[in-house]
Design a protein around this ligand. Structure first.
Ligand code: HEC
Length: 160
């Protein structure tokens, strides 16, 4: 191979490799593993166990919201903080990396703002300790629950 050909070929190979890496990064971080539904929502395609994990976490949200409402009705801000903290960002680390790569970026953003919102509720319940303030924060979080449910669905697919 002449040095002339080599000097043209190598940059071309590097460029192709960079494109492949960029494509994989885009898929991994931005688009995830998705399809379309008839009702206009985006379907996230997960393995059955991953779908189970996601739905289990959703049901834990309802359980946590029940505990928070009950504690709020009793002005028990310590219990509010405890239940909210259990739904905070530390929970997001339970999601395996392979599953994380299947979630679209806007889905991850919504999920993190919900988890982060619960962290803030926990912190403010300990410091400000105002039920009305917490209720306002809960309503903001619930908007994110609503937004995500109106955009996404989850479907179990078995890996090929
Ligand atoms: C980042 C997106 C997202 C956020 C935020 C989110 N959910 Fe979900 N949730 C989903 C998806 C997707 C499903 C599956 C819906 C489907 O397949 O039709 C789901 C399903 C559920 C289910 C049904 C669980 C089951 O066993 O079938 C409940 C209950 C639920 N969510 C509650 C909540 C609550 C409460 C919040 C807010 C605190 C919340 N979710 C926030 C995406 C989200």
């Amino acid at each position: 191979m002449t040095s002339m050909i080599r000097s043209r070929l190598y940059p071309a190979i590097v460029a192709v490799l960079l494109l492949i890496i960029a494509g994989m990064t885009y898929k991994f971080i931005v688009t995830g593993s998705t399809g379309k539904t008839e009702d206009g929502r985006i379907t996230i395609l997960l393995e059955p166990g991953e779908r189970d994990l996601m739905l289990k976490e959703m049901r834990a949200f309802v359980e946590g919201l029940q505990q928070i409402s009950e504690a709020l009705s009793k002005d028990d801000m310590k219990s509010v903080a405890k239940s909210a903290r259990a739904m905070g960002t530390s929970r997001a680390h339970d999601v395996p990396l392979a599953m994380m790569s299947k979630l679209p970026l806007s889905f991850k953003k919504l999920a993190f703002s919900v988890h982060g919102g619960f962290d803030t509720i926990a912190m403010d319940a300990d410091t400000i300790a105002s039920p009305k303030h917490t209720l306002g924060q809960l309503s903001e979080i619930l908007q994110n629950c609503v937004a995500c449910h109106s955009s996404y669905q989850v479907k179990a697919i078995t890996a090929k």
